[in-house]
Design a binder for this molecule. Structure first.
Ligand SMILES: O=P(O)(O)OC[C@H]1O[C@H](O[C@H]2O[C@H](CO)[C@@H](O)[C@H](O)[C@H]2O)[C@H](O)[C@@H](O)[C@@H]1O
Length: 274
């Protein structure tokens, strides 16, 4: 005899998108949808200040926020930057700087107190990077971290990475690798995995969409939650790109071709979950 409520069954892996949405629809009101920003919701470009969410993304997120328990952006960008793009959407939570900052339901930005003493160090580091790194390096100061970009001059990769790692050793900072970027952040275990681990405590289901190596920790947090709770559904979705190779896709249940394709996927999700 078939189960009474097939929508509540956790599907076996490997998952198809259809199975994942069907399993989600039975618990949509207890489901959280998490999204990385760069390379996931927004196509990658040379100028980090100029990128925009892909078409259809904003409308789909707003619609989904009215259907699921929560929609949240989990990014290495500061909350102020995320607010410029998502602040007009109601019901979207923002986690910035790998969770060192957050803003819930349109509220003010809350900063992790333990990170605040690192602000002067990061300011000094950004100034030094601008003075010492070769032209073509883009230094992005984010108050509690500094990103050193070499996208427009990829030949600088080794120089910029070596300089960044030496500064991390000198100052006791952590290094986060990314797409044509090396980022220096305060010591401590704050990362996207920790954000997810905490944010799914009262949920029955969560999806995480990401494209970069830092997103693999978020996938791992969903896997760990599933291991602890057989009723919990976690769905890990990679947004493909040639820069991270297959690493993110290999850790995911599903892979979507691009941020533009994600816009279509989420629009379909609105219909599947409504
Ligand atoms: O966690 P995320 O939201 O994915 O942020 C990761 C980094 O994204 C940005 O850099 C990346 O996107 C830029 C704009 O497309 C691109 O120019 C750069 O090469 C990419 O690495 C952002 O600027 C960084 O601060 C984030 O760490």
């Amino acid at each position: 005899m078939p189960p009474n409520n097939p929508g509540d069954q956790r599907p076996l892996r490997p998952l198809t998108a259809d199975q994942a949405w069907r399993a989600t629809s039975g618990r949509a009101g207890r489901c959280v949808l998490f999204f990385d920003f760069d390379g996931t919701l927004a196509p990658v470009g040379d100028d980090p200040t100029a990128v925009q969410p892909a078409p259809k993304v904003l409308a789909a997120l707003e619609a989904l926020a009215g259907i699921v328990q929560r929609v949240a952006i989990v990014s290495a960008r500061p909350v102020d930057f995320l607010r410029e793009h998502f602040g007009a959407l109601s019901g979207v939570d923002l986690y910035g700087l790998y969770g060192l900052e957050h803003s819930h339901s349109g509220g003010g930005t809350v900063t992790e107190p333990a990170a605040l003493p690192w602000v002067p160090t990061m300011a000094e580091l950004a100034e030094r990077a601008r003075a010492e790194l070769p032209p073509g390096t883009l230094v992005e100061y984010k108050r509690l971290s500094v990103a050193l970009h070499y996208r427009t001059v990829p030949a600088l990769a080794d120089t910029v990475e070596a300089w960044g790692r030496a500064q991390a050793d000198r100052l006791g900072l952590r290094v986060q690798a990314g797409r044509m970027v090396i980022e220096l952040k305060p010591p401590g275990d704050q990362d996207k995995g920790l954000v997810i681990d905490t944010a799914v405590r009262d949920a029955a289901c969560a999806w995480y969409f990401g494209d970069d190596v830092s997103d693999i920790k978020a996938f791992a947090a969903l896997r760990a939650r599933e291991d602890r709770d057989p009723d919990f559904l976690g769905v890990c979705v990679a947004v493909a790109n040639p820069e991270t190779g297959d690493e993110v896709s290999r850790a995911a249940d599903l892979t979507i071709d691009s941020p533009e394709a994600l816009g279509d996927f989420l629009t379909e999700a609105v219909h599947r979950l409504s």
